[in-house]
Design a protein around this ligand. Sequence first.
Ligand code: HEC
Ligand code: HEC
Ligand code: HEC
Length: 450
Amino acid sequence: MRNALTKIRSCAAIAAAFALLAASGVSYATSAASATSPASSNGAGFDDAALVKRGEYLARAADCAACHTAKGGKPFAGGLPLPTPIGTVYSTNITPDGQSGIGSYTYADFDNALRHGKSKAGYTLYPAMPYPSYARIQPDDVKALYAYFMHGVAPVQQPRTPNGIRWPLSMRWPLALWRIAFAPDAAAAASPQAADSQTVSLERGRYLVEGVGHCGACHTSRGALLQERALTDNGGPAFLQGGVVEQWFANSLRDDRVDGLGDWTRDDIVMFLKAGRNAHSAAFGGMRDVVLDSTQYMTDADLNSIAMYLQSLAPARQQASLAYSDEAALALHAGHTELRGARTFLDNCAACHRSDGKGYDGVFPRLALSATVNAQDPTSLVSLVLHGASMPGTRHAPTVFTMPAFGQRLDDQQVADVVTFIRGAWGNRAPAVDADEVRRIRKSSTVSGQ
Ligand code: HEC
Ligand code: HEC
Ligand code: HEC
């Protein structure tokens, strides 16, 4: 099986890959039958208030709103466009409306969509819905989620927006093959040890990160068929080693010293997920929404479990920690700006991030020794400079500080130079960025910086 998958990855033509997959003898049997299905529909028997409340918490931890609530739309009524390489997929209405939502779904129908990637109508869902991760959700938690969506969410009548995917790519059958190849079997994947949400534990953290929180959907890079290169830590060091989502690079969450979380304490990680900022960094891009909609609501026990689990992930690369150097600060203070990008930095960035690169704690993040700045992939840095960003205002840190956009003021070469400058100053050690790279990111930009 592993062999067949390797072949598929290296195969450029998707159609050929699917043919190969079909020929590789993968069983077409599905796991849906293993779903436990109480004989009830429309949520009858699922209206226990405590169960609904637990479901609400899980819906936040799983961030269902991120995709199923459109900007300015009613909660969970769907319609959010999700760009994929083959076209736009629109999220569906998952409110309990009988016609346009999931009001007629039995528990088994709901479980089929959530963990097995199958619609009530029987076709396979696009993996824009993260069912390969949700496959790990335990049946008890699926029940709580079902209870919440049936009894805790207001029904909204809002028909589905048709997907912007053209024939033949709009055919759903190849998705079934994809699902069989890349999505784990839910019965085998659900971890039985992780139920206890009261105590801090590695297993609870694993469950939240690999399953409910689907962190790998952004933080793991994808293969030729858009499958995550690893869905769990057992899949090897590609897991959570970093991936590009839209115009942002979601950093490595492994223990790498230079560009991962190697130099973060457990409290640092908890603070980042809870407040959206800490002494190392502040959330932006896709992570801003994750903090706003999801992690800020999680309990301290769960956040500590997540942090404990992330800290257990071996570094993907052996790296020595970076050491701060005051060379750049001294040069800037003395007015030496002959290094490329130094002048642009002084004129545009130093007021907030300071010429010593240390920023202002909790207000303007530090650039010196930052994992964000030292990431091999510069996508986030270029996008930040082009589009700016606003921190999430959270219950724990309500003030929103904003970085302005420089896309109008600086040309591609200037952006490349200033990013290259910060990647080499104050002890940072990351590869230079050229104007072509900036041009490419500027062209493909769809983000507004918020
Ligand atoms: C990263 C985006 C994303 C997240 C997070 C997400 N979904 Fe989805 N979901 C989608 C998309 C896109 C579809 C439609 C897929 C398709 O049409 O093939 C979908 C489809 C569904 C369906 C199937 C509806 C139908 O028509 O049969 C259900 C049910 C569902 N999601 C529930 C949930 C729940 C519950 C959560 C949280 C636990 C969740 N989703 C989280 C993107 C997401
Ligand atoms: C929708 C995509 C997305 C999802 C899902 C996501 N992240 Fe992120 N994450 C990002 C992006 C993009 C960044 C880089 C921007 C930043 O640092 O805020 C990031 C950054 C981070 C950082 C800061 C890393 C650093 O070095 O500064 C942490 C910690 C983090 N994510 C943890 C998580 C955890 C834990 C989960 C799952 C519960 C998760 N993320 C889910 C997109 C995502
Ligand atoms: C007005 C103050 C201000 C100016 C000027 C400014 N920034 Fe920022 N910068 C911020 C804020 C605020 C954030 C946090 C944004 C967020 O998290 O959404 C930030 C974040 C960053 C980050 C990400 C750090 C991290 O780990 O979270 C980088 C890199 C960065 N800025 C580089 C620059 C560069 C390069 C310039 C000049 C071209 C610049 N900034 C100008 C305020 C500023």
